[in-house]
Design a protein around this ligand. Structure first.
Ligand SMILES: C[S@@+](CC[C@H](N)C(=O)[O-])C[C@H]1O[C@@H](n2cnc3c(N)ncnc32)[C@H](O)[C@@H]1O
Length: 177
């Protein structure tokens, strides 16, 4: 299954920290790419630094028009999942979504355009209470992949954590200059 994320809109007061966290959750929870607009370009540098240290090829792609991405992905046979507290309860749709092949997950920031509700194949609520795009995305990615995202191998990492009961164990790759 290929999973990509699309973040649409940002708040008038720039909310770079939340946007960065949406990107980091996407990467750490098994997505391959995030599309975003109206964001601080430094977010891409932050994610690239994380890739260099911790491995993998997660991509940040800046876009002009979110609708073009949704249309393109539909043509490429991706199913569009829009995260919204008004959507169907995740508990009732997770099994169906687990069977899909490729997914584009859309998360909002400010009030999302009405059209996305119609363009989406699934409007999914992580409960029916307002909370956060970061938590909604993390829970959706976990429900879809049933924890398997935490077994993912991040290639070419300079640092690798060896999970331990107490303390920190980090394997550091030797570099020779
Ligand atoms: C802070 S909310 C803004 C919601 C905004 N009031 C609206 O009407 O679209 C930002 C994003 O978090 C996600 N979100 C928040 N609560 C959610 C929930 N219970 N289920 C699914 N997604 C949620 C949605 O993607 C939403 O667009």
């Amino acid at each position: 299954m290929v999973i990509e994320v699309l973040r649409i809109g940002q708040r008038l007061v720039r909310d770079d920290r939340v946007t960065t966290h949406v990107a980091l959750v996407s990467r750490a929870f098994g997505a391959e790419r995030i599309f975003m607009n109206e964001v601080n370009p430094e977010i891409k540098d932050t994610v690239e630094k994380i890739n260099k240290t911790w491995g993998g090829k997660f991509e940040v792609e800046f876009i002009d028009k979110w609708k073009n991405i949704v249309k393109k992905k539909k043509e490429e046979d991706f199913k569009i999942i829009h995260l919204s507290m008004y959507g169907q309860n995740i508990n009732n749709v997770q099994e169906e979504i687990q069977k899909e092949k490729n997914l584009l997950i859309v998360v909002g920031a400010e009030k999302v355009p009405r059209e996305i509700y119609e363009l989406a194949d699934y409007n999914v609520g992580i409960g029916s209470q307002p909370h956060s795009e970061i938590s909604a995305l993390a829970i959706l990615l976990d429900r879809i992949q049933k924890g398997s995202q935490f077994e993912k191998y991040f290639a070419n990492a300079k640092r690798k954590i060896i999970p331990t009961k107490n303390g920190k164990n980090v394997q550091v790759e030797e570099t020779r200059d």
